[in-house]
Write a protein that binds this ligand. Structure first.
Ligand code: NCD
Ligand code: ZN
Length: 362
């Protein structure tokens, strides 16, 4: 329930990995260039994605921007394809330059979203400032008062704190009512500061934090409370952009690419949590992990349960070193390249067909 599928050759590459990775429904992020700020753009993007993967359900989102007015919210609801509106504080991540400077300026839009029952998706980080003593390490914690204020002002508005990366973020979601949920990525279940400070392919926003934060995120999956569900934030970047060469400035692009392996990485992170002594094997319930990967998110977005079922098997598969577009022009390196990963088998498709074929054995 939070993926970046991009445009052009990268879109074709990333979209082909949705079902291969064991997923049949995705909430698509709108931070393209230019960003998706109109319903017409969202509808056109939806059609392009649907052509690439006809069996996948694509839930679209709009990029919160001054042109997204209450009238646009009504139009978005009527479109049937737009399910959420993404708030990016200006400057915090990839393609967020056109993002929000002043949340208060959007109160009429939030009221319309509450009325039309659209979801508000929050990138919950404050921009780094020396004067405010904000860095990437406390940017999420510093944002949380805004989550609480929005929930208090719009208690019926469904809000998702995206890619929760801290214990404070988990607690803030838990203290809100049932209209507020959090997504957790696969990479935040694996990574800490150690990983991204030495590896551009693990660098993403919000940055993975401490070992305690990582353990708390895995525990939230195992707790299975229904208020946290999977949003992979799979965010592919061309290998040159990750290596700092795309614009010659030497800065790396934020984003970890996990689309081919999301459910497998989550299940393996839970197993790793048992090995690390964060909880006992007996504490892990299939309903909790299965709910995290599918049911809880579908229920929050008011979607019917999927008929689709996957089986994950240890067969010695390893995460590929990189994936290339058909013409070889675009290359992307996945998170945890080279590591062992469970293989995905679709045992039932969403339309009820039963099969036993391996989709991805790369
Ligand atoms: C995302 C991207 O690359 O579009 N990057 C990231 O590090 N997560 C944007 C985002 O979701 O913040
Ligand atoms: Zn994202």
């Amino acid at each position: 329930m939070h993926v970046h599928l991009r445009q052009g050759a990268m879109m074709a590459l990333a979209t082909a990995q949705i079902e291969a990775g064991g997923t049949d429904t995705v909430l698509v992020m709108p931070n393209l260039s230019p960003p998706i700020t109109s319903v017409a753009q969202a509808v056109a993007y939806h059609a392009a994605l649907q052509r690439l993967a006809p069996a996948v359900t694509f839930l679209m989102s709009l990029y919160l921007h001054p042109t997204v007015t209450p009238a646009v919210i009504a139009e978005a609801r009527a479109s049937g394809v737009v399910h959420g509106v993404k708030l990016y504080p200006a400057g915090v991540t990839t393609n967020s330059a056109a993002g929000v400077l002043d949340v208060a300026a959007y109160h009429a839009v939030f009221a319309a979203m509450q009325e039309h029952d659209l979801v508000l998706n929050l990138h919950g980080e404050m921009p780094s400032t020396a004067a405010g003593a904000i860095t990437v390490l406390n940017a999420e914690a510093a944002f949380l008062p805004q989550l609480r204020a929005l929930h208090a002002a719009f208690p019926r508005l469904r809000i998702v704190l995206e890619h929760v990366s801290t214990r404070q973020g988990l607690d803030a979601v838990r203290r809100c009512g049932p209209t507020v949920a959090g997504t957790i990525t696969a990479h935040h279940l694996w990574a800490t500061i150690e990983d991204w400070c030495g590896d551009v392919f693990a660098y993403c926003k919000p940055v993975p934090k401490t070992a305690e934060d990582r353990a708390a995120l895995v525990r939230a999956v195992v707790a299975g409370g229904g208020n946290f569900f999977f949003g992979s934030d799979s965010a592919p970047h061309p290998i040159q952009a990750k290596r700092g060469g795309a614009d010659g400035r030497g800065a790396t692009a934020a984003g970890a690419f996990t689309q081919p392996y999301g459910p497998a990485l989550v299940v393996q992170a839970v197993a790793e949590g048992v090995r690390n002594g964060w909880f006992a094997a007996d504490d892990v319930r299939l309903e909790a992990v299965d709910g995290f990967l599918g049911r809880f998110g579908r229920s929050f977005y008011k979607l019917p349960e999927s008929e689709g079922r996957i089986r994950l098997e240890r067969k010695g598969e390893r995460i590929v070193d990189s994936l290339k577009s058909g013409d070889g022009a675009v290359e992307v390196v996945p998170f945890r390249r080279g590591e062992e990963v469970m293989s995905v088998h679709w045992v039932a498709r969403r339309d009820g067909r039963t099969e036993d074929v391996t989709v991805a054995e790369s």
